[in-house]
Design a protein around this ligand. Structure first.
Ligand code: BTN
Length: 266
């Protein structure tokens, strides 16, 4: 199905009943010449990929799993910001569907949480050729109608359905196709703003308004060691600003760093 986005990105949606990983599909399609704006969506995945080499539980018939392919001409170090652009877009789409009944927040940089549990994960991956981006894929998994999670996720994961039931909310659970369209629409708008400035200056405010870690104590786990501080917000590059107990300000780049609340996951 081919559609035109707001600022001219051609959207070609490819649907699979079942696949390994939509991120892998999008990457392969990019190599085969697929255009920017190609979206791969699947009803289930057998090898759904999460961050840091983890799996993404992807059962059939209940959730949204998709990957958007971009072929941008900016420098690779800008790419991590797109994860934040997508996180904001997912929240805006979810809010549009559920009204004000649900309190969606983003755990920096890109986990979407409700009631302290993870509802959506985003995995951005790129392939480079001589330091030029060949393809950039943004994979999104939203738990929509999942009723049960594997034991190891049961304490930290949730779905729209479980949260709706938990608070006896009145909204209707959105159809995954409708949700996908709303997310892509919000992303088109936000990506346009990102490209105008080549940073998050237009998106910092709405992103921070949803930032779960804001003014909270966090533990930052860097390859070189761990430290604690208060998360103050983000800067225009999407880095998390943390004030450490000695008053120093640290900027955290969304790479292989993990940020945890000191009393739990958020
Ligand atoms: C995370 O660990 O938080 C990121 C999870 C990303 C999961 C999505 S599901 C659709 C896309 N395809 C994948 O293989 N992974 C992403």
């Amino acid at each position: 199905m081919e559609q035109q986005s707001d600022y001219g990105m051609k959207r070609n949606i490819i649907r699979y009943e079942h696949t390994g990983s939509t991120n892998e599909d999008a990457r392969r399609l990019a190599l085969e010449g697929a255009q920017e704006g190609t979206v791969v969506v699947a009803d289930s995945q057998s090898a759904g990929k999460g961050r840091r080499g983890r799996n993404w539980d992807s059962p059939a018939g209940c959730n949204l799993y998709f990957t958007l392919l971009l072929k941008p001409d900016f420098a690779p170090d800008k790419a991590s910001m797109l994860t934040l652009v997508m996180a904001l877009s997912v929240i805006q789409a979810l809010e549009g569907q559920t009204g004000s009944e649900m309190d969606f927040a983003v755990k920096w940089p890109n986990d979407i949480v409700v009631n302290g549990r993870k509802l959506c994960g985003i995995l951005t991956e790129m392939t480079l050729n001589k330091n030029v981006i060949e393809s950039l894929v943004i994979g999104v998994g939203v738990n929509v109608n999942q009723k049960e999670f594997p034991k190891e996720l049961a304490d930290t994961a949730t779905s729209l359905l479980l949260e709706k039931n938990h608070i006896h909310a009145m909204f209707n659970i959105p159809d995954t196709t409708v949700l996908l369209n709303d997310i892509l629409k919000a992303f088109d708008h936000n990506y346009g703003l990102f490209l105008e400035h080549m940073d998050l200056s237009s998106l910092k405010e709405p992103y921070e308004a949803h930032l779960a870690n804001r003014n909270k104590e966090v533990r930052v786990l860097e390859p070189s060691g761990a430290y604690e501080g208060i998360a103050l917000g983000i800067n225009e590059q999407g880095e998390l600003i943390v004030r450490t107990p000695d008053g120093n300000i640290r900027r955290i780049y969304a790479g292989e760093v993990s940020v945890r609340g000191i009393y739990g996951y958020v």
